[in-house]
Design a protein around this ligand. Sequence first.
Ligand SMILES: Nc1nc2c(ncn2[C@@H]2O[C@H](COP(=O)(O)OP(=O)(O)OP(=O)(O)O)[C@@H](O)[C@H]2O)c(=O)[nH]1
Ligand SMILES: [Mg+2]
Ligand SMILES: [Zn+2]
Length: 252
Amino acid sequence: MNKQGVWYVEEILARKGCLERTSPIGRRQVLAANIDLVVVVASIASPPLRRGFIDRALASADWNHLPAALVLNKIDLAGNKGAASPEDLENIYGEQAGYTVLKTSAITGSGMEEFKKLIQGKTVALAGISAAGKTSLIQAIHPELNLRIGAVNAKTTKGKHTTVSARLIPLGKDTFLMDTPGLRAFSVDHIPRNELKFCFSEFDGAGPCKFRDCLHETEPGCAVLKAVQQGSIDRKRHASYLKLLHEENTYS
Ligand SMILES: Nc1nc2c(ncn2[C@@H]2O[C@H](COP(=O)(O)OP(=O)(O)OP(=O)(O)O)[C@@H](O)[C@H]2O)c(=O)[nH]1
Ligand SMILES: [Mg+2]
Ligand SMILES: [Zn+2]
């Protein structure tokens, strides 16, 4: 209140933890607000794992200083033809990039105790492409919820976009899980070009580059490029970074 006795807004508090993307029409879009943790859900097969999607979602969370974890779902399909290797992904996203990586199966129940522990006491947004198994994971925790679960199109191996709107589901006293519709695209055009490199946490550990403003592209004396060559930073992660760095208003 000022001296004249008029109320005015002193401060607008920043929304706690927002997950954002750039929408297909080029606007910044809040996918989930007031969350403590983003869990990127990816199925190791059926639909095939999309590394690009994972990297975008993780980068977006990072840019908003939001903790993120990766859940590799459908672990029961490991070893099947075309399935991604959970061990490789644990090494890349866990050991190298420092994220919590869990392996789950909503069908067999494998890894569900770890998943429950991860989300305990938090408000969590699930993000992933259609049919990764987001709703199935919630349903596995609370079978009585009777949520709609879709199938995978046998021909295209794509999901059918079963969940159509975001929904916050209370699980116990202080745990909330936000189920979200499967995303086709996760553009991060809203992240400034020169800040993208901070959204790939393993780049930090590579040591200083010769130039302080190094973009880790082709610069001489780049510690990140050296780490990629030596194998301590995954080549595909670096390729994802370069793709984001060079894309302008393209949505994939
Ligand atoms: N084999 C296997 N299938 C699973 C697993 N989790 C989910 N599924 C199947 O994957 C399909 C899609 O599951 P949903 O839970 O609807 O996927 P979603 O991520 O919520 O999909 P959208 O709502 O479209 O975004 C269903 O046929 C599930 O039965 C799993 O751990 N293993
Ligand atoms: Mg769903
Ligand atoms: Zn560099």
